[in-house]
Design a protein around this ligand. Structure first.
Ligand code: HEM
Length: 451
């Protein structure tokens, strides 16, 4: 089969000036605001309505935003407006002291040891996925749909495992609907135009969300009286967690908001990683074959365990390169609290500072042949500037679930590749659409064969 030489990419706009006119249209796609020059320059600035914005693609400047001058760059209001109805003032959106104590209380939950202990849950989900894929031998299958099921299996099992009061399907539906709502976010929110400027389709807390919160509260109360399970899940660990400095523990509402945060932040992102990885493996059959040989020699016909992960370095390189080309969190955003300088450019209080991770990962000043799929780039991760590659952000607010997600992705990808061959279908390439996450529009349809 012939392939185009490069995997699919977001068609970036050559002229970003048309933004104001395009605001009249109800739903816009974020990809329309990232100009192509963001892949060629370290910083791009502009002004829209009354807001000045900057897109930063320079590793040194990113280090300043995410680490050295962190307090000057809290998460932007848009992030809060979108996420607060669902997850309250939890770890993902909180700032200052309220963020710090929650981070300290939640950090042990994601220790290497605890993440490894959750391995059997990921293993079972991988096994169930293998069984479902098996049903599609010789046929086409939407692997985005399949990976969404699989990662939901994991996240619902590690949050409310086996709780009677929890209707997992209802939670799944509520989250699906909420993520669909997020997809309607206006370009005005992203640029940071104040909320009094009217925009279409504002997100309101949906009824589904309210029902979901109630269910979660009930499960937490039950668990407080019922005790922990044999393998403690994230809820058990969080129930035990306390801020080592202040000894403060989370209330039921705080526990619930943080658990829902883990679901919202961890479920779709990991499904996207796996879906794009499978798309790329089908795109480059040689890479797929090399990965399969590694997986087969380590697994010998069984499903991957957490202990296998260090022995699957090539599968991990594929995941790393997938997260470069299709970072699920394609776009982070901050609001400057005071004056600063980034790349010799003046930043003023109130400016929106955007971190377009998609454009950073394809910036020609940083990456040779940036659009090319080449897992070998990650054969020596130390050679890569830590602020040039930001699929999980960086600094104190780096993703708390990164190790969890990487372990899960490596285990599931290795288990699938050891058993199945995935082939692309001409004319069925997914279209990458960047909203807040980078999604494969139309799904990832691949032919499935037994190996
Ligand atoms: C491949 C999968 C994932 C990706 C690409 C991803 C990406 C990110 C990114 C980029 C951030 C930083 C956002 C910012 O600085 O504005 C973040 C933060 C966060 N992520 Fe993830 N994430 C993933 C999986 C997970 C999982 C599995 C969990 C939990 C189970 C999780 C929980 C969180 C939380 C709680 C934060 C906020 C941390 C803080 O501010 O202290 N993520 N994630």
């Amino acid at each position: 089969m012939t392939h185009s030489p490069l995997p699919v990419r977001v068609p970036l706009v050559l002229e970003p000036q048309g933004i104001l006119e395009s605001l009249r249209t109800a739903r816009r796609n974020v990809l329309e605001i990232i100009p192509d020059i963001a892949t060629k320059q370290p910083i791009v600035s502009g002004k829209t309505a009354i807001v000045k914005w900057h897109m930063v693609m320079d590793p040194k400047a990113l280090r300043r935003v995410l680490l050295e001058n962190l307090d000057n760059y809290p998460k932007s209001n848009v992030t809060k407006n979108i996420l607060e109805p669902a997850i309250g003032d939890s770890l993902f959106v909180a700032e200052g002291a309220h963020w710090r104590w929650q981070r300290r209380a939640a950090s042990p939950v994601f220790s290497h040891r605890n993440v490894q202990n959750l391995g059997p849950i990921m293993e079972r989900a991988a096994e169930r996925s293998v069984e479902r894929v098996q049903q599609h031998l010789g046929r086409a299958m939407d692997l985005f749909d399949e990976m969404t099921k699989t990662t939901f299996d994991v996240i619902s099992d590690v949050t409310f495992s086996g709780d009677d009061g929890i209707d997992q399907m209802a939670i799944h539906d509520a989250i699906d609907r909420y993520i669909e709502d997020i997809a309607k976010v206006s370009i005005l929110d992203i640029i940071g135009v104040p909320t009094w400027v009217p925009r279409p389709g504002r997100i309101t807390g949906s009824r589904g969300l309210k029902a979901m919160k109630k269910m979660a509260d009930r499960a937490i109360e039950d668990r407080k009286t019922g005790g922990a399970r044999d393998i403690p899940d994230l809820l058990d660990l969080l129930l035990d967690g306390e801020d080592p400095k202040t000894k403060r523990q989370m209330s039921t509402a705080e526990l619930r908001d943080n658990l829902l945060t883990f679901i919202v932040a961890g479920h779709e992102t990991t499904a996207l990683t796996l879906s794009w990885a499978l798309y790329l493996c089908a795109f480059d059959p040689q890479v797929q074959e090399k990965a399969r040989l590694e997986a087969q020699s380590v697994l010998n016909g069984r499903t991957a365990t957490a202990e296998d992960v260090p022995n699957l370095p090539y599968i991990r390189m594929i995941i790393d390169e997938t997260l470069r080309l299709y970072p699920p969190a394609a776009f982070l955003s901050r609001t400057a609290q005071g004056t600063d300088q980034l790349c010799d450019r003046d930043i003023w209080k109130g400016d929106t500072v955007m971190l377009p991770v998609y454009a950073l990962h394809r910036n020609e000043l940083i990456w040779p042949e940036p659009d090319k799929f080449d897992p070998e780039r990650f054969s020596d991760p130390k050679a890569i500037d830590r602020y040039a590659y930001l699929p999980f952000g960086n600094g104190p607010r780096v993703c708390i679930g990164a190790q969890f997600a990487l372990q899960e992705a490596v285990m599931i990808l290795a288990s699938l590749l050891s058993k199945f061959k995935f082939t692309s279908i001409p004319g069925k390439d997914p279209q990458p659409i960047m909203i807040l996450t980078l999604r494969p529009e139309g799904g990832v349809w691949l032919m499935v064969e037994e190996v």
